[in-house]
Design a protein around this ligand. Structure first.
Ligand code: ARG
Length: 448
């Protein structure tokens, strides 16, 4: 077989399909299916074993197919498995491999399945791994941010409208992003729960005239439950991908805000933090500069995910059942997760490594930022709030007479409303992190 020839797995007529048409239909599938291939092989193994349970395969055929699938995986890992333009996709490359190796036994592997449920199950298993990574990264970020909030609670300005407003603290900032990551952990677990259902055995979208043991493949592949209706299995392609992308997007939106803060905080105008040197780059023209390029690329990351969501949303205007348009959902999905997780993987190190610049943070606190505190002190002496507000407003000048460092420290300590700088309730955040990460794997924490 030459590079140009299609392997004749299900060719119905002798004339070759026009290569340009074929190339268009294959699109990026070969490259994308390479990422899904290990999951496809895993699901193929479960399918073969399920076929033996209903006597479509005998024991020796089943073990020959399983051994060949193992070999396929080994070759894939070693980089010697042929997945190239001769194949329409990864699914046909696997079937071709088995047929070449085992002859008639190989030709039995596709009994009772379609590439339609094959791609669903491989994507589903892949997505579960991606969400598990996302979950671990959110947990790691939450843990580090809580640690940083515990380590120090330095005075810094709290802003509204980007204007200096009241005294706040570094612990307040860290605990805020930690809590965001806790919410994200819940989101990811919920998406994981939806995705944790087995579409294998739904064939082309209408089931099959065989009593397939779908419960067996469900537990064998580690799914929490069956995705029961074959048509819905097809209709959920893209829908579940969007759920996963929405979770990733939410995490990246929090990180975008964090990156925005960092890019302000590390500028000379603020100078509130120092980034680890490895996260900065030099300028090609200005010898004096260190630029926060990494932070800016981080800030841009949600755009890639948003693009993927838009692209898949656009594809899903479809009637029920499998339509080839759905193939186009793979590229944006894989790209967004690859890009998003690559960014997030660097966050734990960054969050551990940045250094607060206490003197500059303090220097940015103006005495007038104590005005709200003073008004509340008057309230405690029995003055109605609006009156206290006016009294302080008239005497703002007087605030500048105090020792700002002592006043700022006092201000933080007195901010005792739950969650605020003087009462961060890190214990509650820790407890929630503990609950959300009770089990190392999301599989154990999901009830199905
Ligand atoms: N590459 C295809 C996809 O991602 C696999 C399924 C092909 N099914 C079909 N009926 N042509 O959708």
């Amino acid at each position: 077989m030459t590079d140009k020839e299609q392997p004749a797995l299900w060719k119905k007529h002798s004339s070759q399909i026009d290569p340009a048409i074929m190339a268009f239909m294959i699109g990026e599938d070969i490259r994308l299916d390479a990422e899904l291939l290990p999951y496809d092989i895993q699901a193929s193994r479960a399918h073969v074993q399920a076929l033996q349970r209903i006597d479509i395969l005998d024991e020796s055929e089943c073990s020959a197919l399983c051994a060949a699938l193992d070999e396929c995986l080994e070759q894939f890992r070693a980089g010697s498995f042929s997945l190239d333009g001769r194949f329409e996709d990864g699914h046909s490359a696997i079937e071709f491999f088995l047929t070449e190796k085992l002859g008639d036994t190989g030709k039995k592997v596709h009994t009772g399945r379609s590439r339609n449920d094959q791609v669903l199950v491989a994507t589903r298993l892949w997505l579960k791994d991606q969400l598990q990574h996302l979950h671990s990264l959110c947990a790691a970020m939450a843990g580090i941010l809580l640690e940083r909030a515990e380590q120090d609670n330095l005075p810094m300005p709290g802003y509204t409208h980007l204007q200096r407003a009241v005294v706040s603290s570094s612990g307040h900032w860290c605990a805020g992003f930690a809590e965001a990551m806790l919410d994200n952990l819940s989101l990811v677990a919920a998406a994981y729960d939806l995705i944790n259902s087995n579409p294998l055995g739904t064939a082309a979208g209408y089931g099959i005239n065989l009593p397939l043991d779908r419960e067996y493949t469900t537990s064998r592949l580690g799914f929490a439950r069956l995705q029961l209706n074959p048509m819905y299995a097809q209709n959920s392609r893209g829908k579940l991908e969007l759920h996963a992308l929405h979770c990733l997007h939410q995490v990246l939106l929090d990180i975008r805000r964090l990156a925005w803060d960092f890019s302000l905080f590390c500028s000379s105008e603020y100078n509130f933090i120092q980034l680890p040197e490895r996260y900065t780059t030099g300028s090609s023209i200005m010898p004096n500069k260190r630029n926060p390029d990494f932070i800016e690329l981080l800030r841009g990351t949600p755009a890639v995910c948003q693009g993927a969501i838009t692209e898949i949303n656009g594809l899903l205007a479809l009637p029920s059942g499998y339509q080839r348009d759905l193939q186009l959902s793979k590229a944006p999905l894989l790209r967004a997760f690859r890009h998003g997780l690559a960014a997030l993987r660097l966050l734990p190190d960054l969050l551990r490594g940045f250094v607060w610049q206490a003197p500059a943070m303090l220097a940015a606190i103006e005495p007038s930022m104590l005005a709200t505190d003073r008004a509340i002190e008057l309230v405690n002496q029995g003055v109605p709030f609006r009156q206290a507000y006016q009294q302080v407003a008239e005497q703002l000048q007087r605030l500048s007479e105090q020792d700002i460092e002592q006043a700022a420290i006092h201000s933080i300590a007195e901010r005792v409303s739950p969650g605020a700088s003087g009462h961060l309730r890190l214990d509650l955040l820790h407890a929630r992190l503990g609950q959300l990460t009770e089990t190392a794997s999301l599989d154990e924490s999901n009830s199905g």
